[in-house]
Design a protein. Sequence first.
Length: 155
Amino acid sequence: MVGIMQSSNKTGYTLLEIMITIVIILGLAALAIPRFGTQVKRIRSSEAAQMLLIIFGEQKDYFRENNVYADDTLWSDLGIDKPTLDNFGAIVLDDGTTNLSCGLGGNVQYIARTTSNDGEYTLYALTSGEIACKPVTGTCPGSPCTNMGYGDFTP
């Protein structure tokens, strides 16, 4: 009779409750981590894109004076020092005669480019003033570029 009248004072969680909680947390993490990585890449690429736009402006000024774009040997003629970026390799100037093709049946010219330190994609300053993104390997448009919000590259 004593056993029936005693109330259970056990507190805490059962093993099943803990396991369900862990499964839910892992499921949420599996959804969030890829998006977080994409956001980090987007932030890192914005630094390079801003610098490429600055260089585009300098290249346009150089073009107005000389009727050609500066190549990588003429940094001093642009009036700016060659920048170093935290998450990208060196910026390379081009005289606007090199075609950037993505296999979509057209070519466009670029005047500066830089490749991400992870070697996944390259950003280009086009002669039109747009910033284009092209995966280092694979087809264009490619997932690293479209995931970061760059539109489909259509020359």
